[in-house]
Ligand binder design. Structure first.
Ligand SMILES: *[C@@H]1O[C@H](CO)[C@@H](O)[C@H](O)[C@H]1NC(C)=O
Ligand SMILES: *[C@@H]1O[C@H](CO)[C@@H](O)[C@H](O)[C@H]1NC(C)=O
Ligand SMILES: *[C@@H]1O[C@H](CO)[C@@H](O)[C@H](O)[C@H]1NC(C)=O
Ligand SMILES: *[C@@H]1O[C@H](CO)[C@@H](O)[C@H](O)[C@H]1NC(C)=O
Ligand SMILES: *[C@@H]1O[C@H](CO)[C@@H](O)[C@H](O)[C@H]1NC(C)=O
Length: 300
């Protein structure tokens, strides 16, 4: 934030003066779909006459423009229509922070906040023009790792997913990437929304914990079949940001019974070791019996 204390009001003799504020650079990172607030604070106890939110690469169009006591949608870049607002439309105490909803990758850029204000100073109306506040916004895909799970058909499995914070979770959606609009499980207002569910998951899925204790929104998938193979994604809706956020991506592979890599090897190795031990024991017992009989014959 700009150092308001370092601001200095120059010249009181001429009626138009400028207030200079050293500009700090602010960097904000976001993921697509998020709502971000770009902070901009103008000096308090003034009358704001112009607010210009612009982006350096958009020549003549604004992100948001306020002048003549109103918002001016005509000079707004179409991409920002219905996506931006001021945090406080009254701009109380000089707060002209911008809210940008549902950010996209191409919202990445350098944003500028320009404010022109007036202030009454010893009976004179004084214009205050502050240095623009510069904000670098970078919108990037979350670097999310994909977990791989292999299961045997017929097994009941759990696909893990945990909400990053344990705030109230109004909705969870589990989807599979190849099923476009249908879901695996949509949990909304404490109920499974079945009309959006793909038929193959009917009565086979549930949340591991419907109370979602500690943010646990893992999925139970019963009696998996080879056709369940696919990439599953868990998304959580948060009231806080009024948006969906991806929390877990799992690549599931379902194989015929007895073919999960590790298990098969472990099982067969165990079996072979068992058979060898058994065979050795058997030989020892047989030899033992033969020796015993021989000795008995001798004594007889
Ligand atoms: C960003 O992309 C969207 C569509 O993908 C497009 O409608 C919008 O105009 C783009 N924004 C800018 C500033 O070019
Ligand atoms: C903000 O972005 C501009 C243009 O990409 C770059 O020149 C500048 O160094 C960035 N500022 C910071 C603090 O990262
Ligand atoms: C999952 O498998 C993919 C490709 O098969 C691999 O690139 C990735 O690293 C694996 N992820 C994990 C967490 O092992
Ligand atoms: C599991 O699914 C198969 C068909 O894919 C079905 O024949 C079998 O009865 C199901 N088992 C259970 C326990 O539901
Ligand atoms: C998998 O899908 C195919 C094609 O839809 C179907 O013929 C087959 O019976 C399914 N297999 C299982 C195990 O559900």
């Amino acid at each position: 934030m700009p150092a308001l204390t370092s601001a200095s009001l120059c010249c009181t003799l001429i009626s138009v003066c400028f207030l200079f504020i050293s500009a700090d650079q602010i960097n904000i990172k976001a993921v697509p779909g998020q709502t971000v607030t770009l902070p901009c604070q103008a000096p308090k106890h003034t009358h704001i006459i112009v607010v210009k939110w612009s982006r350096c690469d958009l020549d003549t169009e604004y992100v948001l423009l306020y002048r003549d006591e109103q918002f001016d949608p005509e000079n707004q870049h179409p991409s920002f229509k219905n996506r931006v607002d001021l945090q406080d439309r009254q701009m109380k105490d000089g707060d002209v922070s911008l809210i940008l909803k549902d950010v996209m990758i191409n919202d990445t850029g350098t944003y500028k906040c320009h404010v022109v204000q007036t202030k009454t100073n010893q009976g004179k109306r004084v214009y205050l023009k502050t240095d623009p506040i510069i904000i670098n916004l970078s919108v990037v895909l979350p670097d999310q790792k994909v977990d791989n799970i292999t299961a045997e058909s017929g097994q009941n499995i759990v696909l893990p997913c945990r909400a990053p914070n344990t705030l109230l979770i109004p909705a969870v959606e589990w989807s599979r990437h190849d099923l476009e609009t249908q879901s695996v499980l949509l949990y909304w207002k404490k109920e499974i929304v079945t009309y959006l569910q793909h038929l193959s998951f009917k009565n086979r899925v549930d949340l591991q914990d419907r109370q979602m204790k500690d943010g646990d929104v893992s999925l139970i998938l019963n009696n998996v079949t080879i056709n369940d193979t696919g990439t599953y994604e868990c998304r959580i809706f948060t009231n806080e940001r009024r948006s969906w956020k991806s929390s877990s991506i799992i690549s599931l592979r379902v194989v015929p019974p007895g073919q999960t890599g590790g298990h098969t090897e472990d099982g067969s190795v165990g079996l072979i070791v068992g058979l060898i031990v058994f065979a050795v024991l058997l030989v020892e017992i047989v030899v033992g019996i033969l020796i015993y009989r021989k000795n008995k014959q001798k004594t007889n």
